[in-house]
Ligand binder design. Structure first.
Ligand code: S3P
Length: 432
């Protein structure tokens, strides 16, 4: 599908709510599946990734009622999942694949997990390696590094201590999910703090998590989780596409209501402020351990900046849209230490270099550094590379460009942001 996004004729004005947080929706459903009793999730993200998680949970015997697209009731199996008869398909979702590997590791069953062509290229050894040390068995391509993978779980996993080489919330969460099913304390240390939704959500299910340091977390198993209510805030990563659009289009004043403001996710707000963006946060409150509030964005002229490696974990998913902000800033922005982007739904560094160049922008991806020089966003045809965040970043570029951007392969936005183009048309009338 191709969608043409024309330059915005007027500022983005008004109030929007974006769909629920992807990371939290996955975790609420998975923990609900392992818990005893019912878990009621409101504002669950009905995007393709999270629907893949629900489908897999159903195949593992978990009862799931969808009362409305975002209202989900999960009937947990008190720690014992059923052996699936068919192959489990995580589709495009790295979070589904890695977190479910952590779950399956602790179950007495055999299962085969696969995904789409993009997911089958992504590394899984970062979870299967440590999970094997706990006692689970994996058989698959590249020594267990690539899907499809056959899993033989183990009901007596050995609790272990891990020091991760990369900051990854998917890996950390997979190990914590296995740790909940192991005998004793499982401890995970990361080189930098990655998103901590699993840790914040577990107490709602009645199970404590120990934070031994900002980058060290431990759980004791075997856990008895109790079903609960989870209110998912809007996804800040989705809201940021609109926040950057409002910043770049003159005359904007946009309120993005009820978005998640977990500090391990807000790195892009700091970078945008440093570039000159005018952002305000109001209506703060906390539920299920997760802060949330309203983000108000006014248009502003941006200056280039340098994004440091230690900032990256808290803005890992925002680099595509920050690169578009950089394409309209004065000067050259440098993103350092962003090599992990090569392991996402596509090689996002290569995709950003190629697509920004096609739109007239001076951009270069070399090793784990991306540089973008602002001021020459002409427009043209941009390809999504099958990656939802590249597609949405290109759409934002279209609004701010001289000639508009035609986004090819636009359907992949459904992975994390169903209805993205409709909402863009509401925020910027006449542009889509
Ligand atoms: C996620 C973790 C991040 C992020 C992804 C969602 C999660 O991946 O990019 O979109 O929900 O745990 P990594 O753990 O690979 O950094």
């Amino acid at each position: 599908m191709r969608v043409k996004v024309r330059p915005a004729r007027q500022g983005l004005v008004g109030q929007l709510t974006v769909p629920g947080d992807k990371s939290l929706s996955h975790r609420a459903a998975i923990l609900g599946g392992l818990a005893e009793g019912e878990t009621r999730i409101s504002n669950f993200l009905p995007g393709r990734d999270c629907l893949a998680t629900l489908r897999i949970l159903r195949q593992l015997g978990v009862g799931i009622d969808r009362l409305a697209p975002g209202e989900v009731v999960v009937k947990g199996r008190a720690g014992r999942l059923a052996e699936p008869e068919e192959v489990l398909d995580a589709a495009n979702s790295g979070t589904t694949a890695r977190l479910m590997l952590g779950v399956l590791a602790g179950q007495e069953l055999g299962a085969v997990l696969t995904g789409d062509a993009s997911l089958r290229r992504r590394p899984m050894g970062r979870v299967t390696g440590p999970l094997s040390r706990m006692g689970a068995k994996f058989l698959g391509r590249a020594g267990g590094d690539r899907l499809p993978l056959a899993v033989e779980g183990c009901r007596r996993l050995a609790a272990s201590k891990f020091v991760l080489p990369v900051a990854s919330a998917q890996v950390k969460s997979a190990l914590l999910l296995a740790g909940l099913q192991a005998e004793g304390v499982t401890r995970v240390a990361e080189p930098a703090a990655s998103r901590d939704h699993t840790e914040r959500l577990l107490p709602s299910f009645g199970w404590p998590v120990e934070r031994e340091a900002p980058t060290v977390v431990a759980v004791r198993g075997p856990a008895r989780l109790h079903g609960c209510r989870v209110a998912v805030p809007g996804d800040l990563s989705s809201a940021l596409f609109f926040a950057v659009a409002a910043t770049l289009v003159p005359g904007s004043c946009l309120r993005l209501a009820h978005v998640g403001l977990n500090p391990t996710r807000t790195g892009a707000l700091g970078v945008l402020r440093r570039m000159g963006a005018e952002l305000e946060l109001t209506d703060w409150r906390e539920e299920n351990g997760e802060p949330r509030g309203t983000l108000v964005v006014y248009s502003a002229a941006l200056e280039a900046t340098e994004v440091r490696p230690e900032e990256v974990p808290a803005l890992i998913d925002e680099i595509p849209v920050l690169a578009v902000a950089a394409a309209q800033a004065r000067g050259t922005t440098v993103f350092r230490g962003v090599g992990e982007l090569r392991n996402k739904e596509t090689d996002r560094l290569a995709a950003l270099e190629q697509e920004l160049r096609r739109l007239g922008v001076v951009a270069q991806a070399e090793g784990d550094t991306l540089t973008v020089t602002g001021g020459r966003l002409r427009g043209g045809l941009g390809r999504s590379h099958g990656d939802h965040r590249i597609a949405m970043a290109l759409a934002v570029a279209g609004l701010a460009s001289a000639e508009g951007v035609e986004v090819a392969g636009a359907e992949c936005v459904e992975v994390s942001f169903p209805g993205f183009f409709d909402l863009l048309g509401v925020a910027a009338p006449g542009s889509v």
